[in-house]
Design a protein around this ligand. Structure first.
Ligand SMILES: [Zn+2]
Length: 243
C-alpha cells in the first residue's frame, strides 16, 4: 500500500476503524468507553494525559517564510486546529496556546522584544500547567540551502519520555507521509525555549522546510496540512498507548 492510501485509510479509520494502523489510533476511544484494557505508558490513575498544543509564532511574529512569502505561523495554526479536532474526537482534553493569529503576550507589555518574551513565558506556563500532560509545539523549518526537506522532531531533556514521544512522531512521518525521510530525532538546546524548559514530555515538531519550494507548496495546502495533523495525531496516540 502506498503512503497516500495509508493516510486515506487511517483518516477513514478515525470513524470507521477498519485498517490495522487505525486500530491503534482509535484504541484510546474504546478504553474511554470501557472496552479493552487501559492504555499503559503514560496513564496515571487511568487518566489520559492532557494534550497541550502550541502553534509556533503568531501575530507580529510570522516565523520563517517561504520563497513565495507564506509565513509559517498560519500553517502551524491550521495544522494545530485540525490536530485538536482529531484528539478531541478521540476523547482527549486538549488545550492550545493560541487558536487565532495572535501573540499571547500580557496586555500592557510594550515593545516587540518584551512582548515576545511575555508570549513565550505564557506558552511555557501552559506547557507546565498540568502534571500529566503531553506537549507538542508545531513549527516549520528553514535552511539556506533549499534542497533540504522533511520533518524532524526535537525533544526536551527534562522528562525522559520526551525522547519516546519524539521517536513515535518521527516514525509516524516516515511510515505515513515521508517514506524517504532519514532524519533523526534530536535533543533540543536552550534556543528552543519552550521545549527546553517544559517539565512534561515535550516535542517541537518541525513538520517540513519552507525553504524547499516543493515542500513549501505542499505545506500551504489544506489537504497536506490535514495529512500532517493526522500524522501527528497517530504519533501522539501511539505514544500514549505505549506502542
Ligand atoms: Zn518556527
Amino acid at each position: 500500500m502506498n503512503n497516500k492510501n495509508k493516510i486515506k485509510l487511517i483518516a477513514s479509520g478515525i470513524t470507521l476503524c477498519f485498517c490495522a494502523a487505525a486500530v491503534g489510533a482509535v484504541s484510546v476511544v474504546s478504553s474511554r468507553n470501557g472496552g479493552g484494557a487501559a492504555p499503559a505508558a503514560l496513564m496515571q490513575d487511568n487518566e489520559l494525559p492532557v494534550i497541550i498544543l502550541d502553534a509556533g509564532h503568531g501575530g507580529f511574529d510570522g516565523g520563517c517564510v517561504s520563497a513565495e512569502g507564506v509565513p509559517e505561523k498560519g500553517i502551524n495554526l491550521s495544522i494545530l486546529l485540525r490536530l485538536r479536532d482529531m484528539l478531541e474526537l478521540s476523547g482527549y482534553d486538549v488545550e492550545v496556546t493560541r487558536d487565532s493569529d495572535i501573540s499571547i503576550h500580557d496586555s500592557g507589555v510594550e515593545g516587540l522584544s518584551n512582548q515576545k518574551s511575555s508570549d513565550m513565558d505564557n506558552r511555557l506556563a501552559l506547557f507546565n500547567k498540568y502534571d500529566n500532560a503531553v506537549c507538542v509545539s508545531i513549527h516549520q523549518n528553514q535552511f539556506t540551502d533549499p534542497v533540504y526537506s522533511g520533518a524532524q522532531m526535537f525533544y526536551s531533556n527534562s522528562d525522559s519520555r520526551s525522547e519516546q514521544l519524539a521517536r513515535s512522531l518521527q516514525s509516524s512521518f516516515t511510515e505515513l507521509l515521508q517514506p524517504d525521510n532519514k532524519r533523526e530525532i534530536k535533543l533540543c538546546g536552550k534556543e528552543l525555549f519552550l521545549c527546553y524548559y517544559s517539565d512534561n514530555p515535550t516535542v517541537m515538531a518541525e513538520c517540513g522546510f519552507l525553504s524547499n519550494p516543493a515542500e513549501a507548496s505542499l505545506l500551504n495546502t489544506e489537504e497536506y496540512q490535514e495529512k500532517v495533523a493526522l500524522t501527528l495525531f497517530y504519533g501522539i496516540n501511539r505514544f500514549v498507548n505505549g506502542k
